[in-house]
Design a protein around this ligand. Structure first.
Ligand code: CTP
Ligand code: MG
Length: 181
């Protein structure tokens, strides 16, 4: 696989995991998942993790995966590369994993004394990738092995923090998000 194809496959395969966080920012509000519960005097997750944000984020990512499946032949043709399609289990696993990773990171932030919105460099940028990949692997191990080769995974690990910081910076500049991370 050439460099262009590797990058194209990496970004395409991760799109259903990239969109949920941004959709959650737009949809956030309402009941927090932890319902205000605390542990050792600190919130379990905090007000930044809501049912609505999580549900809308997961649905947005799954909807995108279905759209990408429909668009795959055309886009593969246009780019001259063989892009993957998403089996149904992966359509759900990628966005659900992304949301789960973000929630796990908030749990970790609260345990380490970080208030809602505090930055946690590294964790903020990769939490959702690790869980999205893990759930996708569990949902479809053979598919995962075919798509996420070592070079593709390397591109994902390098490109994701850059993309994440860029989209969050834009969301912050537009007043949609309280912090640029
Ligand atoms: N959001 C949500 N539900 C989620 C994830 C995000 O409602 N599962 C919304 C919330 O409105 C949140 C915003 O998206 O404030 C930004 O997300 P994020 O940066 O992940 O949350 P923070 O508010 O920064 O909280 P934390 O410190 O726990 O990450
Ligand atoms: Mg945040």
């Amino acid at each position: 696989m050439g460099v262009f194809e590797t990058v194209a496959v990496a970004l395409w395969a991760m799109l259903p995991a990239y969109v949920p966080n941004n959709a959650a920012v737009l949809a956030g509000g309402g009941r927090p998942i932890d319902a205000g519960r605390t542990w050792n005097g600190r919130r379990l997750l905090g007000d930044g993790k809501t049912w609505r944000g999580t549900a809308v984020g997961t649905l947005a990512g799954a909807a995108l995966a279905l759209i990408l499946n429909a668009a795959e032949p055309t886009v593969s043709d246009l780019l001259g590369v063989a892009l993957p399609t998403f089996p149904l289990a992966v359509v759900v696993a990628l966005p659900a994993g992304a949301m789960l990773g973000d929630i796990a990171a908030s749990f970790l932030k609260r345990r380490t004394g970080r208030e809602r919105g505090a930055a946690f460099p590294g964790v903020d940028q990769l939490d959702f990738v690790v869980f999205a990949l893990l759930l996708a692997f569990l949902a479809a191990p053979d598919w995962f092995g075919d798509v996420f080769t070592v070079p593709v995974l390397a591109v994902v690990v390098v490109a994701t923090p850059v993309l994440h910081l860029t989209t969050n910076g834009i969301a912050y500049a537009l007043g949609l998000k309280d912090e640029p991370w």
